[in-house]
Design a protein around this ligand. Sequence first.
Ligand SMILES: Cc1cc2nc3c(=O)[nH]c(=O)nc-3n(C[C@H](O)[C@H](O)[C@H](O)COP(=O)(O)OP(=O)(O)OC[C@H]3O[C@@H](n4cnc5c(N)ncnc54)[C@H](O)[C@@H]3O)c2cc1C
Length: 491
Amino acid sequence: MKQNAIIVGAGVAGLACAIRLQKQGYDVTIFEAADTPGGKIKSYQWQDFRFDTGPSLLTLPHLVDEIFELCGKNPRDYFQFIQLPLVTKYFYSDGKIVDSYSDPIKFANEAHQKLQVNPNIVTSFLNTQKKTYQLLAPIFLENPIHIFSRLLRIKNIPALIKISNPVLLFSMNFVNSYIFKNNYLVRIFNRYGTYNGSNPYKMPSLFNIISHLEHNQGAYLPSQGMFAIVDALHKIAIEIGVKFNFNSYVDSILVANNTAYGVQSNGQKHQANVVVSNMDINFSYKKLLSSQKAPKIHLNTPQSSSALIFHWAIQTTTPILDVHNILFADNYKEEFGYLFDKKLLYFDPTIYLYISSKCVSNDAPAGSENWFVMINVPHITDQNLQIDIIEARTCIIAKINRFLKINIEANIIHENITTPQSLQNTTHSYLGSLYGGSSNTIISAFLRHPNYSAIKKMYFCGGTVHPGGGIPLCLLSAKITSNLIEEKYNF
Ligand SMILES: Cc1cc2nc3c(=O)[nH]c(=O)nc-3n(C[C@H](O)[C@H](O)[C@H](O)COP(=O)(O)OP(=O)(O)OC[C@H]3O[C@@H](n4cnc5c(N)ncnc54)[C@H](O)[C@@H]3O)c2cc1C
């Protein structure tokens, strides 16, 4: 008889894990609290304007393709994407504008022309990150690193030697400042710290490998916006027989004799041979496994940052902007001090502007644009339970007007706001954090909860467990989890 698996949550990792387990021979059912799949990857529609509400940048799209190939399908029949020639347009308060490209040589030339940085320094830095990534990713991102007997294999020795290099212990900012000696370029490279919600003035320089993904591998946008990834995964999941229960919040995971055997949702018990939680790891223990011993070492790590997002329907076009744009703070270090130490809103926040309609013409009517305006804010704490949205909005509008020399407020015809509280409420993300625990220490990778648990037949996948947040890592976590289940319960 077929074994069955229950997955709690239809985030990108839950969907990917469901597809993988179904292909492994399980009968898979997903219980999802919301009425649609996707979790943090959602779409919001107002009249003819469509907005991505969470992620806006896709890297390593082959990890999405891999899932369709596993099902014997051509990924291009399910979703298309384009590579962005210009990745991000960076704006500074003195009027300087720097364009960043996926082509390392083109980017190095831009850094030379606009910032007078020796282009060889940029290409050599990116080349180093490429080599480091290629050495470390197979061991630390594609494997369950908490199983030490696997980690300490002879073939992993070069990677283990690499991560014990003391330079990687220095902060990202320290290394970047030493190498580039240019405050404009240092801010560009420090910004990769925010890609997992961390503080570049504290997180180890090891995380400079994130820049390799964008500059050497490329930045991508699905042709129908980010939600197309979820749509495509949902479609293939249904085709291969995964069952979905929407509007089905799971209240608890059923455990007896230290073995998970099902879930309870909407007052009913559902039995399973294996249970995978795609819910935030903190809430998984606090809410679904409250009678079980929680592994404090994995749950007490400081959380990553959250976000305050404005979706604006704009009744004009802004030729000066591209798809991804950053309006930098002058004092980036002070901004991170507010985010991670004071845990307060910063008065001159770095602003991220994402306008998918620059590429996806259906996302806004002609002559208009769909703006996603985001600033990083601290995760929810007792001091900042109520963010002063009006104050933040005033700062943001004044800064946009000052940097771009426009009057944006007069062109906003519709607004929708996402706060840390709304993120926590809609996606069940602990303290509204975007990426689970932060990566501010060298041991943070080991402090993330593993994909397995001390409870038998209980597994975890998603951005809050190993190997971390962001779409590519979530897809890898689904792969690691399904592989672990296959190895343990192969039938
Ligand atoms: C504003 C923002 C910007 C981002 N930008 C990027 C980016 O540009 N690029 C990138 O790669 N990543 C980005 N990320 C991160 C990325 O979105 C996440 O890492 C990823 O989507 C998390 O997926 P997940 O599988 O962990 O689950 P989640 O998306 O967290 O979904 C979990 C799902 O489980 C459901 N659920 C939870 N508890 C229960 C329960 N008890 N019962 C039933 N269902 C439950 C929830 O409703 C939800 O649908 C961003 C995130 C945010 C919020």
